[in-house]
Design a protein around this ligand. Structure first.
Ligand code: CA
Length: 227
C-alpha cells in the first residue's frame, strides 16, 4: 500500500484528502505544522508527499528545498498561488507536480497516481529498457539505441540513466548535476546544457533524430521514451 504524507494545516481539507486517498487504497498520515513535516517524513517514510505551500511555522517551499537535498520522494505542491508554479517546478525547488486550490479530491487522487506511475526505481531501468528502443545496461556501462551501441562519457551515462529512470519527470539542472557528480561539486548550468547537447548529438543518428531529451523552458530537461 502506497503511503502518502499529507502536509496541510486546514483540517477540513486534510480530512477530505485523507478520506479520498484512503478510499482509493492509499495509506495516509497527516501533519499540520510546517516545522514537523521533516520529522514526520523521516518516521513515516512516505512514497509521496502532498505539500501545502502555506503552512504555519515553516513554508512548503522551504520544506521542499530541504527534502530535495536528502530525498527523491515525489512531492506534489498544493498552492493557491498560481504565480508560484514556475518556481515550484523549477530549478530551485524541483517539485514533481502541483495542484491549485481550490481542487477536487478526485483530481488529487489522479495526480497522485500519475506521479507515482512516473517513479520507476533505478534498478528497474534495465528490464524495462530492454523492451524499448533505448537500452541502458548499468552493469556494462553501455547504452544501445536501436541496436547501435552509443559511446558515452561517464557523466553523459549518469545523466541519461537518471533521466530514463523516471521518464517524463522534469529535472532541474541542479538535480542533474547531483546525478552526474557524487562529490557535490559546483558546476555551472551551462555544463549541464553542454552534456545534454552532446547526448542528443550522440543519440540522434542511431535513433533517427527521434528526440528523447526534451527541454522544459525555464525548468530543465526530461526524458521522453522513444516510441
Ligand atoms: Ca495552508
Amino acid at each position: 500500500m502506497k503511503r502518502i504524507l499529507i502536509a496541510e494545516d486546514e483540517p477540513k481539507l486534510a480530512a477530505l484528502l485523507i478520506d479520498y486517498l484512503e478510499r482509493f487504497g492509499f495509506s495516509t498520515h497527516w501533519v499540520d505544522d510546517g516545522a514537523e513535516v521533516m520529522t514526520n517524513f523521516r518516521t513515516y517514510e512516505p512514497d509521496l508527499i502532498l505539500l501545502d505551500l502555506m503552512l504555519p511555522n515553516r513554508d512548503g517551499m522551504d520544506i521542499c528545498r530541504e527534502l530535495r537535498k536528502c530525498s527523491e520522494v515525489p512531492v506534489i505542491m498544493v498552492t493557491a498561488r498560481v504565480e508560484e508554479i514556475d518556481r515550484i517546478l523549477g530549478l530551485e525547488l524541483g517539485a514533481d507536480d502541483y495542484i491549485c486550490k481550490p481542487f477536487s479530491p478526485r483530481e488529487v487522487v489522479a495526480r497522485v497516481k500519475s506521479v507515482l506511475r512516473r517513479m520507476v526505481p533505478s534498478d528497474a531501468v534495465d528490464s524495462r529498457a530492454t523492451r524499448q528502443r533505448l537500452m541502458i545496461d548499468e552493469a556494462a556501462y553501455e547504452v544501445t539505441a536501436d541496436g547501435t551501441e552509443v559511446a558515452l562519457t561517464p557523466q553523459e551515462f549518469h545523466l541519461l540513466k537518471a533521466m530514463a529512470a523516471q521518464p517524463h519527470r522534469v529535472f532541474s539542472r541542479n538535480q542533474l548535476i547531483d546525478k552526474m557528480y557524487d562529490d557535490g561539486r559546483i558546476v555551472s548550468d551551462r555544463t549541464v546544457d553542454t552534456y545534454i547537447k552532446n547526448l542528443r548529438k550522440k543519440l540522434a543518428v542511431p535513433l533517427h533524430n527521434d528526440e528523447v531529451i526534451a527541454s522544459v523552458y525555464g525548468v530543465g530537461y526530461k526524458y521522453v521514451p522513444p516510441e
